[in-house]
Design a protein around this ligand. Structure first.
Ligand SMILES: [Zn+2]
Length: 226
């Protein structure tokens, strides 16, 4: 590239694979320049600006507030995010990718293992959702969770965060025993699983919010059964 205009540069045929790819990125980004001006403005190029320009606009989803709730553990947020985008390696997805032939659910062996089945309709997940509804004393169909969160009536922001963290954690805690069942064929008790996740959210709640808790919230959190 020495002594050449970077916008006119074309990688030679006999260069390495990696250099060809770098050159391809160069060819893509030169479309965002007018002469040497990034997006025809006086602002210099930034990585964030380049990322936004390169990525297509995507709709903002309601569940982003549930997914990135400050009470969530990062690992639970990640698994919830991947599950909402249907990106976890469930058996049906593995088959669609061209690997494997059996899509039977590892947990119940009664239906194909899809995202919808595993997190909403499998025997373990339906039992866990029922137990969690009892502990939190709320009822809504699992698929209506976003609607429940958006309605926001009759509860404080902290209570909403707590409930969301429980259901996000439930997605993680369903995915985790699914992998254990795949490897070790162990039986998971829903009550044990829900108690574990509620206690972990309570601990996180008390660490983060003890100095700003209103009495109403403290009474509510104390009332959430173990
Ligand atoms: Zn199942």
């Amino acid at each position: 590239m020495k002594d050449q205009n970077w916008q006119d540069y074309v990688a030679p045929q006999d260069c390495s694979w990696s250099w060809k790819n770098i050159s391809q990125i160069n060819a893509t980004f030169k479309n965002a320049y007018t002469d040497n001006l990034w997006l025809n403005s006086s602002q210099p190029y930034t990585v964030a600006g380049g990322y936004k320009w390169l990525m297509p606009p995507s709709p903002k989803v309601q569940w982003r507030y549930v997914c990135w709730n400050s009470l969530n553990l990062p690992r639970t947020s990640f698994i919830y995010w991947a599950s909402r985008l249907q990106r976890l390696l469930t058996r049906d997805r593995i088959i669609r990718m061209g690997f494997g032939q059996d899509d039977t659910c590892f947990l119940c062996a009664a239906a194909p293992e899809t995202h919808g089945h595993l997190f909403y309709n499998c025997d373990l997940s339906t039992k866990c959702i029922r137990v969690l509804h009892q502990r939190l004393r709320i009822i809504f169909p699992p698929q209506a969770f976003d609607h429940w969160y958006a309605s926001g009536r009759g509860r404080s922001k902290l209570q909403s965060k707590f409930v969301c963290a429980c259901f996000v954690s439930l997605t993680y805690e369903t995915w985790h025993p699914r992998n254990i069942a795949r490897l070790h064929a162990q039986i998971i008790r829903p009550e044990f699983l829900v108690t574990k996740l509620v206690n972990s959210i309570k601990q996180r709640w008390s660490k983060r919010n003890h100095h700003i808790l209103k009495q109403r919230d403290q009474v509510w959190i104390d009332s959430v059964g173990n």
